[in-house]
Design a protein around this ligand. Structure first.
Ligand code: SF4
Length: 247
């Protein structure tokens, strides 16, 4: 079990990088996936996640040139949100064979099979751009957090490794769609230096995971906390003797 390759998405990497104990609870323990689905915080986010999935579905239908009526399901807010995005990104308004919606790529690295799904990938002779739809407003001071997020790092890393493009020719644009605000975007350009950094981080994370999985399955040693962890919504769950934090 420990030696079998792991199929890892950006969500897995993000959770592992942020909180190994949560990763353990959710993915390594028996019934972990079930626990994740019944977690109150997880459930509380479900309505927005469902709506976000619908939004992605509509955008995919649009790219395929299929009628939207059925998937819009008379949801006025959904329709207005999609229209707002189409208006903000004129390139989406006309068909273009260089665009690929819900485009999936796989990359084998060490013990892992890294998997990404791009909402939209636009390839040209000179470069490639990944577009990603977010159904919430652009967070304040988002650039640093978004640059450090494993979605950004993995999406660009995998594209650089699985295409003939140089890292400098790649970018990732997040579009934030939340009415009544106008859609806002944030574009991150990739580079050879960032590519090297991401590779190092990735290799370290996968090595940690390999060791921790082995320790967990063979000796039941729990995955450790991150030493530099600043906020801990789960502290009391994992360490019941911990007093409540001041904030
Ligand atoms: S301190 Fe809390 S949030 Fe941080 S790694 Fe440990 S359990 Fe996770």
């Amino acid at each position: 079990m420990v030696t079998s390759p792991l199929r890892l998405s950006q969500g897995h990497l993000q959770l592992l990088a942020q909180c190994p104990p949560q990763f353990q609870r959710r993915y390594l323990e028996p019934g972990g996936a079930l626990l994740a689905l019944t977690d109150p915080e997880f459930s509380a986010r479900s309505p927005n996640r469902d709506w976000g999935q619908k939004f992605h579905q509509v955008m995919q239908q649009w790219e395929l040139g299929l009628p939207l009526d059925r998937v819009l399901d008379r949801d006025l807010q959904l329709e207005q949100s999609v229209r707002a995005l189409l208006q903000a990104v004129p390139a989406l308004q006309r068909p273009d064979p260089r665009r690929r919606a819900e485009h999936r790529r796989l990359l084998s690295l060490d013990s892992a099979l890294l998997t990404v799904v791009y909402d939209l990938l636009i390839c040209s002779e000179t470069g490639a751009e990944i577009l990603d739809w977010k159904t919430y407003p652009l967070p304040q001071n988002a650039a640093k957090n978004i640059l450090n997020h494993w979605q950004t790092k993995l999406y660009l890393y995998v594209l650089a490794e699985t295409s003939a493009y140089r890292p400098e020719d790649l970018s990732l644009t997040y579009w934030f769609v939340k009415l009544p605000r106008r859609p806002q975007s944030l574009t991150l350009r990739y580079s050879a230096a960032l590519h090297r950094e991401v590779r190092e981080e990735l290799e370290q994370l996968l090595e940690e995971l390999q060791t921790w999985r082995r320790d967990w399955y063979e000796k039941q040693i729990p995955l450790p906390c991150r030493p530099d962890c600043e906020t801990c919504p789960y502290r009391r769950r994992f360490f019941p003797s911990t007093p409540p934090s001041a904030d």
